[in-house]
Structure formats: C-alpha cells, structure tokens
Design a protein around this ligand. Structure first.
Ligand SMILES: *[C@@H]1O[C@H](CO)[C@@H](O)[C@H](O)[C@H]1NC(C)=O
Ligand SMILES: *[C@@H]1O[C@H](CO)[C@@H](O)[C@H](O)[C@H]1NC(C)=O
Ligand SMILES: *[C@@H]1O[C@H](CO)[C@@H](O)[C@H](O)[C@H]1NC(C)=O
Ligand SMILES: *[C@@H]1O[C@H](CO)[C@@H](O)[C@H](O)[C@H]1NC(C)=O
Ligand SMILES: *[C@@H]1O[C@H](CO)[C@@H](O)[C@H](O)[C@H]1NC(C)=O
Length: 430
C-alpha cells in the first residue's frame, strides 16, 4: 500500500465471467471436519505458491504486476506460517524462512536496502507480523544467529523477538519525530519525499498498536503495554477509532490540518488490525490479573467485532448474510490488487482473537465458518485452483484472479483450524 496505484481499477475487470461460470466446480468445504478444512487449505495454498512464488521476481518473492506490493509478500508469508502450524504441512517452511531472512535488512527490522525510499511504516508492520507469528508459534530462529548489533540482550540480533523489538523501536522513534502535529501519531510514510507523507492513518497506527500489544503479551514488559495504550488513546482521540469502534482510514497533518478531518473510508484490514491488538491487551491484562483493564479491553474487542460484523458481513446479495466482503470496492469491482487481500487480515485476526478471548470464540467461529464455505465455493476446481474475489456471488467463481484474492481465500479457510492449533506462546508464564 505504500505505492500509489498506477493501475486503473477498471483494467482488472474480469473479461470472461459468463463463459467460465458454466463449467466451474466450486470447492466443497465441510466446516465440521478438520481433514476437509486442511485439504481445502492445502489446495488453495499450493496454487497460491505455484502461481505467484518466484524467487527471482522481487526480494519479497511473490510475483505481482506493477506496482508490486512488497508488503503483500509479507502478508503472504504470514499466511503460510499460519498454514504450516494449522495443518502440520511443512512444504513451505524452507521458502518462508529464506524469504524472511532475505528481507530483514541490516538493522534486522524489515527495512531492507532494496525498499529504501518508499517503504512505509505499514509495509514494515506487515513483515513484522510474520516475525511475531513465528515467535508466538515457536518457529526456529533464522540461521545463522547474528550475535552483534541491535536487538534484545541475551538473544541473537536476528531472533524473532529482536526483530520485532527493533521494528518497535523504529516506530517509537518515528512517532517521537512526528509528535509535533496532531498530538502524536505515526505517519504512513517515514520518508519525507514519499507520496503520502502527510497521512496519519489507521493501518499504520493500528500496526504499531498491534505490534506493541503483541510484544506486551509475549514479554510481559509493561513498556509495550503503555505504548499500546498510548497509541490506542491517540487513535480514539483523533477519531481514527470511532465511538462505535468503526475504524476510519486516515487523517492528515499537512499544513495546518492537524488531523482535524477524517477520511471515513472503512477497509476490513483496519478494524482487523485494532481488533487483534485489543485482544492482546485483553490477554496481557488477564494474565496479570488486572481485571479493570481486562474488562475495558474486552469491551473494545466486542466493539471492534460488532463494527466488523456490521460493516463487512452483509453483502448485497440477500442470501449471503454473514459472508465477509470488502464493502468499499467489491460491489463496484474496483478493488486493487492489495485491496483484495484485506479480507485475509480480517480472517486471520478474528481467528487469533478467538484464541485470546475465549468468550468471543463462538460468535467469531460462526462468522468465519459461513465465510469460509462461501470462499471455498468461489474457487474453481479445474486443475490449478483459483479463488474469486466475491464470495457472496451465487454463481461461485466470479472470474476475478489475483494474489490478494487467493491469499484471502486461503486465510479464510485455514482460520477455521485455529482452535486446533497450539496456543500462542508467551516468554514466561505470568
Ligand atoms: C521471475 O522473475 C524474473 C525477474 O523479474 C523474471 O525474469 C522471470 O520471468 C520470472 N519467472 C516467471 C516464471 O514468471
Ligand atoms: C498437528 O500435530 C500436532 C502434534 O503432533 C497434533 O496435535 C495436531 O492435531 C496436528 N494437527 C493437524 C491439523 O493434523
Ligand atoms: C493539534 O492537535 C493537537 C491534538 O488534538 C492539539 O493538542 C494541538 O493543540 C493542535 N495544534 C494546533 C496548532 O491547533
Ligand atoms: C522493556 O522494553 C523496553 C523497550 O524495548 C526495554 O528498553 C526494556 O529494557 C525492557 N525491560 C525489560 C525488563 O526487559
Ligand atoms: C452480526 O450481525 C447480524 C445482524 O446484521 C446479527 O444477526 C448477528 O448476530 C451478528 N453476529 C455476531 C457474531 O455478532
């Protein structure tokens, strides 16, 4: 999302919808069977990898048309980390550990030299989520251990924990540099010449919030929890997080704007980012018996879930209630290649929230199951499986194909396995 879209959205409209719907066989998903879910996820993951992975295409490794989105590769690898844990299928483990190590950069913080000049805070965050996921699921550290440089003392500079902390420190430093406007907040871009430098937005501040909250829960270190609270309070004060927990896209600090007006667009990954951060704060406080704070964060988790349900689960087709959709762009077929991926974030973080906030597991599972059946039904079952963009389309596959759509379908289906997976680790029992 760092780059401005140079593709006209209309240019990706499907050309052959009518032709194709006549012979498409949808994937049939039985949400009560872990075997069925695993097999369906495996089919979708394999075509995601076979179609888009190209080790020489970009340093992010997943090939996409211009403007290629480095952050999307980071999201793709996070999905495959989850996939590996959820299914016990290690097919992609070597490739993903290689890709993560190649994109770390000299500061071990996912700011590699190749991306310099246009990498934005949110791009970085989407790779940091991979490190946090590897940490929480106990993946082997990147080999070899780098013993010198920044990082957490007592661990390698490129340990998963060090990487996440290094990026956290980057964000905190940039927040301080940006604090002259709007009473705080991270800018979208951290390079002043980049387009979007004056945008203080939800995916960026939500990304910092979630990173801090996950570090707080994992380490138990109150410094991270204090930051998470500060970022959350700022987001609410400035209006990125609304009073009904709707999450709005961004605000500006250009000239005298001082974040006085809000871009009210709602995208599913924004509410998802805050939802999972709030779930981690709920768990952090719960683990420490800080019940007043736990109640507060529980209300926020419920608030974000309610806003997500109200905004992203009522597609226009009458019989598709409860099916996740990207309301800003799916009905007009104007989703860009990164916007089609946003549902993968919502599926991923609703599922992880169910793990951390058990009282929400059942309602979350209901929404995930309905959507996963529809997502699977949107995939063609003719050789290499391709999943569509509109899961609420009654005819199955809608003829739309891209990395983001495939990624969203994968995360949607595999999210049903989250409760069978090992729990999310912490450094030490509280
Ligand atoms: C992989 O990426 C390289 C570098 O951009 C390109 O030359 C090559 O054609 C790509 N391979 C495939 C199979 O698309
Ligand atoms: C993965 O393996 C673990 C431990 O060996 C097991 O408990 C779990 O059920 C397996 N998961 C799947 C989806 O097969
Ligand atoms: C900008 O907004 C912040 C936060 O609302 C406020 O504290 C500050 O006084 C404002 N600055 C100006 C110049 O209006
Ligand atoms: C807690 O985290 C902060 C920020 O990374 C770090 O400076 C501090 O040393 C940590 N405290 C402990 C006890 O690890
Ligand atoms: C989602 O919203 C619908 C109404 O639009 C409601 O019937 C349903 O109970 C909600 N589900 C959850 C899990 O909150």
């Amino acid at each position: 999302m760092a780059r401005k879209h140079s593709l006209a959205p209309a240019s990706v409209l499907p050309l052959f919808t009518c032709m194709i719907t006549t012979f498409v066989l949808a994937l049939d998903l039985d949400t009560t069977s872990a075997t069925s879910i695993s097999q369906t996820a495996s089919t979708i993951a394999s075509s995601l990898f076979n179609t888009y992975h190209n080790a020489s295409a970009t340093s992010g490794d997943f090939e996409q048309p211009e403007p290629w989105f480095w952050w999307l590769s980071g999201s793709g690898w996070t999905a495959l980390l989850d996939y590996t844990v959820y299914t016990n299928d290690t097919t992609y483990q070597t490739a993903l550990l290689t890709a993560l190590s190649e994109n770390l950069g000299a500061g071990h913080d996912f700011a590699p030299a190749e991306q310099q000049g246009w990498e934005a805070n949110d791009d970085q965050a989407y790779w940091v989520y991979a490190a946090l996921t590897a940490l929480e699921y106990g993946f082997d550290a990147i080999d070899p251990c780098v013993s010198e440089g920044s990082g957490v003392s007592g661990t390698c500079a490129n340990s998963w924990l060090s990487v996440a902390v290094n990026a956290f420190e980057d964000f905190a430093t940039r927040w301080a540099a940006d604090a002259g406007t709007c009473g705080g907040g991270l800018k979208w871009q951290y390079t002043s010449s980049a387009n979007g430098y004056y945008y203080k937005n939800a995916v960026t501040n939500g990304g910092f919030f979630q990173t801090a909250a996950r570090l707080a829960r994992y380490t138990g270190n109150a410094t991270y929890a204090d930051w998470a609270t500060k970022i959350y309070d700022w987001s609410a004060a400035v209006g990125l997080v609304g009073t009904s927990f709707n999450v709005y896209d961004g605000t500006s600090d250009e000239g005298t704007d001082n974040c006085s007006t809000i871009n009210g667009d709602q995208w599913s990954y924004n509410v998802a980012t805050y939802l999972h951060g709030a779930a981690n704060m709920y768990a952090y406080n719960g683990d420490r018996g800080i019940s007043e704070q736990q109640v507060l964060w529980s209300q926020r988790v419920q608030g974000f879930l309610g806003a997500a349900n109200a905004t992203f689960f009522s597609p226009p087709s009458g019989n598709a209630t409860g099916v996740m959709y990207e309301q800003k762009c799916e009905t007009t077929s104007s989703c860009t290649i990164d916007q089609t991926s946003f549902k993968s974030s919502l599926a991923r973080w609703m599922a992880k929230t169910a793990v951390l906030v058990p009282s929400e597991a059942e309602p979350i599972h209901g929404l995930l199951a309905t959507s996963a059946v529809a997502a699977a039904a949107s995939c063609t079952d003719t050789g290499d499986v391709t999943c569509g963009m509109r899961w609420w389309n009654a005819d199955g596959f809608d003829g739309y194909t891209d990395f983001g759509s495939q990624l969203s379908a994968l995360e949607m289906v595999q999210s049903l396995l989250v409760m069978h997976a090992p729990g999310l680790a912490t450094l030490a029992p509280s």
